[in-house]
Design a protein around this ligand. Structure first.
Ligand code: RRO
Length: 321
């Protein structure tokens, strides 16, 4: 078995740097089992709320060769379903639960239970869903994000039965102006965050069908989060900027890249920008879980052709011309 793509998030070792983004094909136990049986290096659940949620009215997802638009509205089975998925199973790979309580109180209830599970190796706290009607993305309001994280880590510290080996990180929205990166970092570094995932879909875009003169999706007058090829340059920039900021401040926070990965070369670009691991979302939706094997093989082939002995040789080494 090749070691070329081995990586680590916090202290958690991963066979490869590739796994699924929270969103497509990770809502039901069948989908999660498919990830277990694929070459994805971990399993990450759909963002979970306190209770089951139906989500927004359909059609709420549309994609084509350049990417996707979605306004799913957080359809999920409720966090207990995601906890129970792992109970009584010996999963072969790390299992992460994505958490997105619609209120701080709900998030606190969820994290208090998830943090006790020996079957869950990590939590990705979603601070960036663009599709909750009437609500902005939390991570664009740094004071609110700070209060939220303070409450989350406060309550976690008080838990006596906590699984301390769990790693905890946050999923961030894309930032566009460069002044954001040091400001967001000032908030993140106050807490024991081990990773950030950059980026969530770009909210809110609009895809139009000229033929029928309609929007592609129904909720919110057709607006939704844009993913796929459209957003790779934005994902790369966010990974690069946070990676450089963390290096400058000597912060040990891993950056997970997400956005527009369709092949091995895309994933390697993220590694070059500083990503410790890379998630696949829209392409997983389009291609199914075989995507992980294909992308893995493409990465290995390129590394072998260049004589590079592992992605750690490449990580963060992007040069400015
Ligand atoms: O379910 C969604 O509408 C959704 C979520 Br929670 C998210 O974080 N990002 C996204 O594009 N869609």
């Amino acid at each position: 078995m090749t070691q070329l793509l081995k990586t680590q998030i916090g202290n958690l070792q991963l066979r490869t740097c590739l796994y699924n983004a929270s969103g497509p094909k990770c809502t039901s136990s069948e989908e999660l089992l498919e990830l277990e049986n694929s070459k994805s290096s971990c399993i990450l659940s759909k963002s979970s709320t306190l209770e089951y949620r139906q989500g927004n009215p359909e059609p709420r997802y549309w994609d084509h060769e350049f990417g996707s638009i979605n306004s799913m509205g957080l359809p999920n089975k409720g966090y207990q379903y995601y906890l129970q998925f792992a109970e009584g199973k010996d999963l072969e790979k790390p299992y992460f639960i994505s958490v997105n309580g619609l209120t701080l109180a709900d998030t606190l209830k969820i994290v208090v239970e998830v943090c006790q599970s020996e079957k869950v190796q990590g939590m990705e706290i979603n601070l960036s869903c663009p599709n909750i009607i009437g609500k902005g993305q939390l991570a664009y309001d740094l004071d609110e994000m700070d209060k939220y994280l303070e409450a989350v880590f406060d309550i976690l510290e008080k838990q006596k039965n906590r699984n301390l080996s769990q790693i905890i990180g946050v999923k961030l929205p894309p930032y566009f102006d460069l002044h954001w990166y040091p400001q967001v970092t000032e908030v993140l570094k106050k807490y024991p965050i081990q990773f950030i995932t950059c980026v969530n879909s770009v909210g809110n875009g609009l895809l139009v069908d000229l033929e029928s003169q309609t929007t592609r999706i129904r909720p919110k007058d057709g607006m939704g989060g844009i993913g796929g090829k459209y957003i790779k340059p934005i994902g790369l920039s966010n990974v690069r900027n946070f990676y450089l900021e963390f290096q400058k401040q000597n912060l040990k926070i891993d950056v997970i890249g997400c956005g527009g990965v369709t092949n091995g070369l895309d994933a390697l670009e993220y590694i070059l920008c500083g990503a410790s691991a890379v998630q696949i979302g829209t392409q997983l939706y389009q291609e199914g879980s075989e995507v992980f094997e294909r992308v893995e093989n493409e990465m290995i082939q390129w590394l072998n052709e260049k004589g590079i002995k592992g992605i750690m040789e490449l990580k963060g080494k992007l040069k400015t011309i």
